[in-house]
Design a binder for this molecule. Sequence first.
Ligand code: BTN
Length: 285
Amino acid sequence: MIIGDNHGVPVDDSAVTKPTSPPLIDPVRLQALLGTARGRFDVDALVECESTSSILLERATQGAPAGSVLVADRQTAGRGRRGRSWQSSPESSLTFSVLWRFDGGVERLSGLSLAVGVAVQRALTACGAQGVKLKWPNDLLLNDAKLGGILIEMQSERKSMLAVIGIGLNLGLPVGDEGQPGFGFPVAALAQAISPLPDRHQLLAEILIALATILDRLAAGGFTALRDEWAECNAWQDRPVQLLHDGVVEKEGICRGVDVDGALLIESTLGVERCLSGDLSLRAL
Ligand code: BTN
């Protein structure tokens, strides 16, 4: 692992604020916790930047290798799914992005965001968290409230696909914000699932180790091999749900997990239908 290295590539760092104190993540300390995955990640840590995913996408076009990780204490323009912003704060969030490359075309990557969810769920469970679940396509839930989000951005390269995997986790709740809705959805924090909360280096290391394993499995056998594991983590498996597009209900039925390509399966009087995009919510009975 190369610590805080930019691969000798000149980078426009106007979006990066020069630190006055060290970042909360120390890449040297993190390296020691990566075990057998140590050689696979190159971690850089910043006090503040606009968005770890935006910067990593920029670095990718300038030749940054697979396994590059950027973690920031604070993002000034964090991005979420569907053009939303992602709010986080240094003391109560873990925000980072991972650059990965896969041989072949985009068709081999269906289910990538679900696979990443499985990796993060696995890692948090290994750290002692009870009850962390997944919501299609890429939310982490705790007691039906949002614990974290995953943002996948892909670009095709000459012979491979580049993916920047952005992950935002709520470690604690901002004071006075306990259980308050965020983007119309209640918010949860990892501190509600593990007490005491593990050190953030331990958490990040566990997530990176699990990611390396799961992404290798995805690359080797596609999402099919991970489908059952995803269904076991599905917060709303066999529960009544509705699928919305821009706030409008498009489908209602019982959530039956996902297909081999990661499409959501909703069963209604019309049969089992495949859904490729949208926002899922629980339907009150
Ligand atoms: C969502 O639920 O909408 C996805 C949120 C993803 C947020 C993470 S935080 C690290 C990375 N950098 C970003 O700007 N976004 C992702």
